[in-house]
Structure formats: C-alpha cells, structure tokens
Design a protein around this ligand. Structure first.
Ligand code: 3PG
Length: 213
C-alpha cells in the first residue's frame, strides 16, 4: 500500500465501522433528496450511498451535501473514471461501484477519493487487492452465495474487509454484520422507493432507527 492508499483505506474503515448500515439510495425526484437525508439522519443513519442510477442523482447528492451537513455522502453505481471524478468534484466523501474495471481501478488508485470496488469472485478481489483496495463491496451478496461464499473468500484473503450489499434487509443485516470480515452492510431496505414517493419520512426514520439499535 502507498501512503495515500493507506490513508484512503483508514478513512473508509472508520467511516464504515461507524456507519454499520449504509442505505443504497435511488432518487427519482430531486426534491425528495433533502427530506429523505434528514429522515435518515434523524434515525441515526448518517452515511449514505446516493446511486448514479437516475437523472437527478448528481443534483440530489449536491443538495444533500449543501443542506444536510450531518450526512456523510458517498456516491454509488460509479461505473467509469468520469463518474469517479464527478463524485470527487461535487464533494462526496467516498465512492462505490458494483464492480471494477481495470480503468476504474487505475482512476481510483490515482485519486484521493476513498473508493470501494465491487467484487463477487476471488479473481475480482485479487485485482482489487493488487491495487491496494482491501475494503470491497461484496455484490450481489445474497445472490452471489451469501454468507457461506463470503466465509470461503475470507480463507485465502484474511486481510480483506467487506461491505456486502444486494439482498440484505432488516431480517438478515445482523447476521451479516456478525461476520468478522464485514465492516458494514448496505441496502435499499432503509429507503423503499414507494415510501420516498409518498413522502413517508417518519417511516424512513423508524426504519433507520430499527437498523441502528
Ligand atoms: C446495491 O447497489 O448495492 C444494490 O442494488 C442494493 O441491493 P438491494 O436493493 O437488494 O438492497
């Protein structure tokens, strides 16, 4: 690890260990962003992943960064070097990807923005580790073999730490978090699209409270 990759690693480790649960957020209307972030923060969930899956995602992330200072905003679904550069430019604190191309790993290696590549196989994890990324997103966690797959990966790669996402919810988050190499879990269960659409902010605060108690 270089000095800067070790600094990025330490930042991520602290952020994720403090967060424990990270909502994977899809924003369809920019005006929902700030009330949603406030609802999550009110429930004790401060570290957020705003996915680049919708047209208003970047403006939504900017609005949260500007108006909800308690929130720690990360950008998810970062697929290209340009996405990574944009995430840094708008002031995100970290970025995540469902996978990692060689181009994206190169860009992240050369950026000071803490980055979490996605992996689902030993070879993908080896490519991430080779560039100094020992914190990865195990995605899609449940579908790619669940906890037994993660345990199997832990054998040859004891230094790896994971944020599993995909198929994680209120019923199984605690089980994943009990794994010694899991530092946080992510998922969309904390912010259901129907509740965002309906403005059910109190319900989202309650989901966040339940996830962090
Ligand atoms: C992700 O990008 O991390 C996943 O889409 C989240 O998966 P979930 O909707 O099953 O929580």
């Amino acid at each position: 690890m270089t000095a800067s990759s070790s600094a990025r690693h330490d930042t991520l480790l602290q952020l994720f260990q403090a967060a424990k649960v990270i909502p994977v957020i899809t924003i369809e209307r920019v005006e929902d962003a700030v009330p949603l972030a406030r609802a999550l923060v009110a429930g004790g969930v401060r570290t957020l992943e705003i996915t680049l899956r919708t047209a208003p995602a970047v403006d939504a992330a900017k609005a949260i960064i500007a108006q909800v200072p308690e929130a720690i905003v990360g950008i998810g679904t970062v697929l290209t070097a340009a996405d990574l550069a944009q995430s840094r430019a708008i002031g995100a604190k970290f970025a995540l990807s469902p996978g990692a191309t060689p181009d994206l790993l190169d860009a992240a290696f050369n950026s000071d923005l803490p980055f979490v590549p996605g992996i689902a196989t030993a070879s993908e994890l080896m490519a991430a580790l080779a560039r100094g990324f020992s914190i990865t997103k195990f995605f899609p966690a449940q579908q790619a073999g669940g906890i037994s797959a993660l345990r199997a990966l832990g054998g040859p790669f004891p230094q790896a730490r994971f944020c599993p996402t995909g198929g994680i919810g209120a019923a199984n988050a605690a089980e994943w978090l009990a794994e010694p190499n899991v530092i946080a879990v992510g998922g969309s269960w904390l912010c259901p699209l129907a509740d965002i659409k309906a403005g059910n902010w109190d319900k989202i605060t309650a989901l966040a409270q339940a996830a962090t108690k």
